[in-house]
Write a protein that binds this ligand. Structure first.
Ligand code: UDP
Length: 237
């Protein structure tokens, strides 16, 4: 499979549909970034982060914001939800008897995530797990490396998880690694995912903001700023 990238605000985005993205990730090791508008706005002011995104081995448009932005620029690319991609990868790697590591979330959330994944995928082989509240990055990186997982799921929030995976890349060159934001909280059952209706119409972010009003501060002014920048890119060219 060959990657077909499009650009938005200086960032690469892969154009695979969901099943092709899963297929690509299963067959190609490396760093997967699930990109969203907040990450792009952040990375525009952080060159190291921008480089990590653009050097990633798969960059999926996570959410309606990126999908809309790409549409404004004339690209018809469907979103690939990171949380769903993460689950599909667990399923595929487990089917192939591959080893999995989990890093991130609060200790009690990680414990519940571990339990729920074991229940959903009885054959899952979790060779390493650690919560996301550590300061000794090097030690955790070495421990993940020593466990030699084939798939590493990292839920530290952005950009922490992308930097963590970037540091892991050279240690585990044959593994697939994905940053999953708050997905463990959903898998643990401590945070509800928006009902399917909201997901379908692309308003999952609105549901989450109503449920968790402190997210409002993160979305505004980022989202309008993102749309403004995309429109500027569209009409300047
Ligand atoms: N987190 C972590 N370590 C930290 C900061 C955050 O493990 O130092 C976890 C946090 O517990 C949550 C996730 O990272 O599970 C971030 O969730 P958030 O909702 O911020 O991510 P989003 O999905 O919005 O990217």
């Amino acid at each position: 499979m060959i990657r077909d990238l499009v650009q938005i605000l200086g960032f690469n985005v892969d154009t695979f549909d969901f099943s092709s993205a899963v297929n690509y990730a299963v067959n190609n090791p490396g760093q997967i970034v699930t990109i969203n508008p907040e990450m792009m706005i952040c990375a525009q002011n952080n060159k190291d982060f921008a480089d990590i995104i653009n050097n990633a081995d798969l960059i999926v448009p996570d959410g309606i914001g990126v999908e809309l932005g790409l549409r404004i620029l004339g690209h018809n690319v469907k979103r690939v939800a990171g949380i769903e991609l993460g689950k599909a990868l667990i399923s595929e790697f487990t089917k192939r008897n591959k080893k999995i590591a989990l890093v991130g979330a609060k200790p009690e959330v990680l414990e519940l995530t571990f339990k729920n994944l074991k229940c959903e995928f009885p054959d899952i082989d979790i060779v390493y797990s650690h919560d996301g509240y550590f300061t000794n990055d090097d030690e955790i990186l070495s421990k993940v490396q020593n466990a030699s997982p084939d798939l590493v799921l990292v839920a530290l929030g952005s950009p922490k998880q992308e930097f963590f995976i970037n540091n892991l890349k050279s240690k585990l060159p044959n593994s697939t690694m994905i940053g999953l934001g708050g997905s463990f909280d959903v898998w643990a059952g401590v945070v509800d995912r928006a009902p399917e209706f909201y997901q379908k119409i692309g308003l999952e972010w609105l549901y989450r903001t109503i449920k968790e009003p402190k997210r409002f501060k993160r979305i505004f002014p980022t989202l309008p700023l993102f749309v403004f920048k995309v429109l500027k890119e569209r009409y300047n060219n």
